[in-house]
Design a protein around this ligand. Structure first.
Ligand SMILES: NC(=O)C1=CN([C@@H]2O[C@H](COP(=O)(O)OP(=O)(O)OC[C@H]3O[C@@H](n4cnc5c(N)ncnc54)[C@H](OP(=O)(O)O)[C@@H]3O)[C@@H](O)[C@H]2O)C=CC1
Ligand SMILES: O=C(O)[C@H](O)COP(=O)(O)O
Length: 483
């Protein structure tokens, strides 16, 4: 095993341009999903320090918004460059902290640098508009409205553990380029990776106060941050329960939330089963299914179910399982609680008569990839999001039944439809209640400039580069009354 580069180093939080120890005197141990030792400690930032950071952010934001777009762009380009320079160090931290393979962790860092650069380019092509009053009956031609987009002020960015760099920067970059300051609260498991990402931003020379990294448990400071009167917009990615709580607590603040999912793959009778199986396996099992967009149930027509299941089983049994350090696809889950939860879902299905075809084995947090056939709608696994490497198969008698089961979910992130009939695919897509529908492909967020959204319990508002910038700005109308 390679020696840990993060050892048990204690990391500081970042506020008003300075790395600081919290006056709380408390730190939080960060455990690895697969290594026995504590891999780092982060500060448990106090409420008073949260107040101070938000105040500093407000003061700094005014000058930041005054800078030209080209000046702000230069800082963000430097940030992207620094991330690329630091990619080995950051990727290793991601691997140890959230158990992603080094190759995937590096991809995450490079994808993030690309994301930042694209964000700058997008912002440089956003223009306001103007309109004359006489377009409306009775309106005067002498009224000229100039409509621009202006920043909202201080954006609170809260991110989950599974893409600790990319999903954080996907909030921070659009906020910054639009002229906002940011309070960034990373997932506690993910805070070391988030800290490294902010080190890269610090190296880019960003003015003091524009970015503030607040570490601490969501259960301690989450509500305080969300309810804080100094926060002007919240961009949150995480679980549906946390998101619902957040939506109740925040008041009169624009909110974008990307939450959990239970993405179905609908496999029609006429699908190319080989293609479908490949997409389903990579959709369901990469990074052990710890993706909001993972395929989390298969709704297959009964006439082709045996054939599909046979192919899926072969592919599941070929998946590599073990430490992320050896490049395995199925790796230990983020913590014991998550592994217990996934195991509970498998046991419930088995107890109720589902057929566990392969997997159902556990070593610590490592759950072997598990394929379960003959799942019915009475079983928890038909509805609950595992965030783990388990795939339930529900056999359906018709498209209508598949669509009904797909839509009954409390979630609405994405759906995949596999079919050779493009007309049928469109007809089904129009009935599906999810933010996106993928035809003949696995569910996924990227490419990152596509709008990305969940409906129902999967979220509100839209991300995706242009949409994220829009969500972090508002229109400002200045009317010239000409003589
Ligand atoms: N739709 C999407 O785009 C995505 C959705 N997800 C969803 O996220 C979940 C997994 O991520 P996970 O990190 O476990 O999610 P959590 O909901 O547990 O945590 C997400 C973030 O919220 C913070 N938090 C916790 N309590 C509060 C609170 N009261 N107020 C404000 N913030 C709080 C957490 O901090 P702390 O870590 O300190 O508890 C963390 O930073 C899955 O359900 C997954 O589907 C994940 C990625 C993408
Ligand atoms: O957090 C997630 O799971 C992501 O938003 C999904 O991203 P991906 O589809 O690119 O893995």
């Amino acid at each position: 095993m390679t020696p840990s580069i993060v050892a048990t180093r204690e990391y500081k939080f970042f506020m008003d341009g300075e790395w600081r120890e919290s006056r709380s005197g408390e730190t939080i141990d960060i455990h690895s999903p697969y290594l026995p030792e504590v891999i780092g400690k982060v500060q448990a930032v106090s409420r008073v320090e949260v107040d101070e950071a938000i105040e500093a952010a407000h003061l700094a934001q005014i000058k930041w918004a005054d800078k030209s777009l080209q000046e702000r762009s230069a800082y963000l380009y430097k940030w992207a460059d620094e991330l690329v320079h630091m990619q080995d160090e950051i990727a290793e931290t991601i691997m140890k902290e959230v158990g992603k393979t080094l190759a995937d962790a590096k991809k995450e860092v490079v994808r993030t640098a690309d994301f930042i650069r694209y964000t700058v380019g997008e912002a440089q092509h956003i223009n306001g508009e103007s309109m004359r009053g006489d377009n409306f009956p009775g309106g005067s031609k002498s009224k000229l409205a100039i409509v621009e987009r202006v920043p909202l002020g201080v954006v609170l960015a809260i991110s989950p553990f599974n893409y600790p760099v990319n999903l954080s920067a996907a909030k921070i970059a659009p906020a910054l380029i639009a002229g906002n300051a940011v309070i960034f609260k990373p997932a506690t498991q993910g805070a070391l990776s988030g800290t490294k990402m902010i080190q890269a931003l610090h190296k880019a020379g960003l003015p003091n106060g524009i970015i503030n990294l607040i570490t601490g448990r969501g259960s301690d400071i989450g509500d305080y941050l969300v309810e804080h009167p100094g926060i002007n917009m919240i961009s949150f990615t995480g679980g549906t329960k946390t998101g619902k709580n957040l939506a109740k607590k925040s008041a009169m603040v624009p909110l974008v939330m990307e939450l959990g999912g239970k993405d179905p793959a609908i496999v029609r009778e006429d699908a190319d089963l080989y293609e479908a199986a490949n997409h389903i396996i990579s959709g369901a099992f990469s990074y052990s299914g710890q993706r909001c967009t993972a395929i989390k149930r298969v709704l297959v027509h009964e006439n082709v179910a045996d054939e599909l299941v046979k192919q899926l089983r072969v592919e599941v049994e070929n998946l590599t399982v073990g430490s992320p350090e050896d490049g395995n696809t199925v790796v230990p889950l983020i913590d014991t609680k998550s592994a217990d939860f996934v195991e509970g879902l498998i046991k419930d299905a088995a107890r109720q008569g589902a057929e566990v075809l392969t997997g159902n084995k556990r070593e610590g947090n490592l759950i072997y990839p598990t394929l379960i056939d003959y799942v019915n709608t009475e079983m928890r696994i038909a509805w609950e999001e595992p965030f783990g490497p388990v795939l339930p198969i529900i056999r359906c008698t018709s498209d209508e039944e598949a669509v009904n089961i797909a839509n009954k979910s409390e979630y609405g992130l994405q759906t995949s439809i596999f079919t050779r009939d493009i007309n049928k695919a469109f007809a089904l897509a129009s009935k599906i209640e999810t933010g996106s529908v993928q035809i003949n492909g696995r569910s996924e967020r990227g490419p990152d400039h596509f709008p990305f959204l969940g409906v129902k319990g999967s979220g509100m508002g839209v991300q995706g580069i242009r949409k994220s910038i829009d969500s972090m700005t508002r229109e400002k109308v200045i009317v010239l009354n000409l003589s």
